[in-house]
Design a protein. Structure first.
Length: 208
């Protein structure tokens, strides 16, 4: 069934990408930069298949996070001359059969879309704050990584991650400038992850 195929595609993407996780705060870019005419941007996925201990409510939260991050990608990259946004239904049709592992899947997507690169975004943590913008019992916490793959060479062109659990000024005096920019408020997880993803996209040399 087509719907089942789509779930399999996402599950296999998660499985193979789990071995490509970046170290905390990790960023990398392969030099020299490759000439790219088209970057296929896939809908965000989650890391739920990497951890058998993930409970139902956590998996549901990660799904919400992936949907939200997909919206950010669409809003930030729509209209970019080099970007081709791929919907979940399009991804389902692009890869009707799972074969060849990650490299085969990336290569197949690139070939069918005539794109030299594919951007894969994975949400690892999406935890909502417990409290209000002025007082919390638990702060928002988010983790996401972005990996840009060359479809023909099957190599990583650029990657970055964002990890943050918001801290108070009293817990981290070095966070003053960040807290000031946020109005000394406790952010929602949506605000936290949107800030992080936008910042990382702005650092990608292929999206300048």
């Amino acid at each position: 069934m087509k719907g089942t195929n789509g779930l399999c595609v996402v599950a296999v993407l998660v499985f193979f990408l789990s071995s490509c996780a970046l170290p905390p705060g990790g960023k990398q870019v392969a030099l020299p930069l490759e000439p790219l005419n088209c970057i296929a941007v896939l809908p965000a996925i989650t890391s739920v298949n990497q951890d058998d201990s993930v409970e139902y409510h956590q998996a549901k939260s990660l799904d919400s996070g992936a949907a939200f991050v997909s919206q950010i990608l669409q809003a930030e990259l729509a209209g970019h001359p080099k970007v081709l946004l791929v919907s979940a239904s399009q991804l389902d049709n692009l890869v009707p059969e799972v074969a060849g592992g990650l490299s085969g899947m990336i290569s197949s997507i690139g070939e069918k879309l005539n794109c030299e690169a594919v951007l894969v975004t994975t949400v690892h943590r999406f935890e909502q704050r417990q409290g209000s913008e002025y007082a919390v019992d638990a702060p928002a916490s988010a983790e996401v990584d972005l990996v840009l793959w060359h479809t023909a060479k099957k190599t990583v062109l650029w990657s970055a991650d964002f990890q943050e659990t918001q801290e108070s000024l009293f817990n981290n005096l070095f966070s003053y400038n960040k807290m000031l920019s946020r109005g000394f408020k406790w952010l929602t997880v949506e605000q936290l992850i949107e800030e992080g993803v936008k910042e990382r996209l702005g650092q990608c040399p292929y999206l300048q």
